[in-house]
Design a protein. Structure first.
Ligand code: ZN
Length: 100
């Protein structure tokens, strides 16, 4: 198990990296470290901070909702495959695919 160097809690996928490549186990730990040590946030001046924040947000959102997302994509895939099959091999009437 990897522990956070700042608070000694278990590192999770929610970890954050600052501009000096220093890792924090989560946002709270990052903010607490900067506040307690009276360090100004300078990460927002880093040229890639917007890319980092965007990728991190997408990754965490996917991590939190991947199961629902896969189920929803599966429904859409089945629906589109069904309609494609009907349009190629049959007719579609009243939600019933009639294969001819
Ligand atoms: Zn921590």
């Amino acid at each position: 198990m990897i522990t956070c160097l700042h608070c000694e809690k278990k590192m999770t996928i929610r970890y954050r990296v600052n501009e000096f490549a220093d890792t924090f186990c989560r946002d709270d730990c990052y903010e607490k470290y900067y506040e307690e040590n009276d360090i100004k946030y300078t990460d927002h001046f880093h040229p890639y901070i917007d890319d980092y924040e965007a990728m991190r947000r997408v990754f965490l959102d996917w991590s939190d909702h991947w199961e629902e997302e896969l189920i929803e994509r599966g429904k859409n895939f089945q629906s589109s495959s069904y309609m494609t099959l009907c349009s190629m091999k049959g007719s579609h009437s009243n939600n019933i695919c009639i294969i001819q």
